[in-house]
Design a protein around this ligand. Structure first.
Ligand SMILES: C[S@@+](CC[C@H](N)C(=O)[O-])C[C@H]1O[C@@H](n2cnc3c(N)ncnc32)[C@H](O)[C@@H]1O
Length: 241
C-alpha cells in the first residue's frame, strides 16, 4: 500500500540538518516570541537558506554569547551572514557587527533585507562587506567568529584574531591534510580531529581560556566548535539578551 506523507509532517523541523530551503510556509513551525523563533521566521521569509544553516548559526551564536566578551563582532568568511545577524539579535549591547566575505552570495542581501524589516536597528549595527578576511583591522575588544572556514581558512582567521588578542570562535570545516599540521597524531585519531586538537592547543598557548564544544551532529558532521577568550586584564563586558 502506498504511504502518503502528510505535507505538514514532511515539512516539520525535525530534520535539523536538512539542506532544503526554508520557505515562508514553514514559519508556522516557529510560532513563539523567542529570539530563535523570530529569527527562524525571518529566515523563512527570506526564503534562501537551508534549514541546517538556521540551526548551525543559532547553536554557534548561543555559545559565543555565553562565553565571549567584546564590543564588536567580526564574522569572517560570513557567507549568507546569518551568524552575524543572530549575534546582533541576541547580543544587543554589541554596537557594531561586521560581516565579511570575499564573495557575498545573493542570499546575504536577501537575508539582510528580511532581518532589517524585522529589526530596523540592525541596519545601522550590522554591515556586510565584500572583502578579504585581512581587510579589517582586528582589535583586542573584538569577538572574531568564523563558521565553516574551509581548510586553512580557519587557521588564517585564527592568525588575525590571535595577532590582535581578540576573542575567537571557529567551527572548522573540511581539512586539507596535505597542508595542515596534524602533529603526527593521525596514527591515533582521525586527522581532522588531530588538526582541531592542535588548534585548541595553539589557542591555549597564546594565552586564551579555551572551550572545546560541539554542536548537535544532526545539524552538521563538522560540529567541533572552538572558543577562546583572551585573558586581557580588562575587557568591555557585554550584556546578554
Ligand atoms: C563554507 S563557506 C562558509 C560561509 C558561512 N560562514 C557559513 O557558515 O555558511 C566559506 C566562505 O569563505 C569565504 N572565503 C574564502 N576565503 C576567503 C577570504 N580569504 N576572505 C574572505 N572570505 C573568504 C567564501 O567566499 C565562502 O563564502
Amino acid at each position: 500500500m502506498k504511504q502518503w506523507i502528510d505535507p505538514v509532517e514532511a515539512d516539520a523541523p525535525r530534520d535539523i540538518g536538512s539542506k532544503s530551503t526554508l520557505r515562508p510556509g514553514a514559519q508556522r513551525h516557529y510560532p513563539s516570541d523567542s529570539a530563535f523563533d523570530r529569527i527562524a521566521r525571518v529566515v523563512c521569509r527570506a526564503g534562501c537558506l537551508p534549514r541546517k544553516e538556521l540551526y548551525e548559526s543559532w547553536e554557534m551564536a548561543k555559545r559565543v554569547r555565553s562565553n565571549l566578551r567584546g564590543s564588536r563582532v567580526v564574522d569572517l568568511a560570513c557567507g549568507h551572514g546569518l551568524l552575524a545577524y543572530a549575534l546582533a539579535v541576541i547580543m544587543p549591547a554589541v554596537s557594531e557587527i561586521i560581516a565579511v566575505d570575499r564573495r557575498l552570495p545573493p542570499s546575504a542581501s536577501r537575508l539582510r533585507e528580511a532581518m532589517e524589516a524585522e529589526w530596523p536597528e540592525l541596519a545601522t549595527r550590522v554591515t556586510l562587506h565584500e572583502a578579504d578576511i585581512r581587510a579589517f583591522e582586528i582589535r583586542a575588544n573584538d569577538i572574531v567568529v568564523c563558521a565553516h572556514g574551509c581548510g586553512t581558512l580557519t587557521d588564517r582567521v585564527m592568525d588575525v584574531a590571535l595577532a590582535a588578542g581578540a576573542d575567537l570562535a571557529v567551527l572548522p570545516c573540511c581539512a586539507d591534510h596535505s597542508r595542515q599540521d596534524d602533529g603526527a597524531l593521525s596514527g591515533w585519531v582521525h586527522p581532522d580531529l588531530a588538526i582541531d586538537v592542535l588548534r585548541a592547543v595553539r589557542l591555549g598557548n597564546a594565552g586564551y581560556k579555551v572551550w572545546t564544544k560541539t554542536i548537535d551532529k544532526a545539524i552538521t558532521p563538522k560540529n567541533r566548535l572552538l572558543l577562546g577568550r583572551h585573558r586581557h586584564a580588562a575587557r568591555v563586558p557585554t550584556a546578554s539578551a
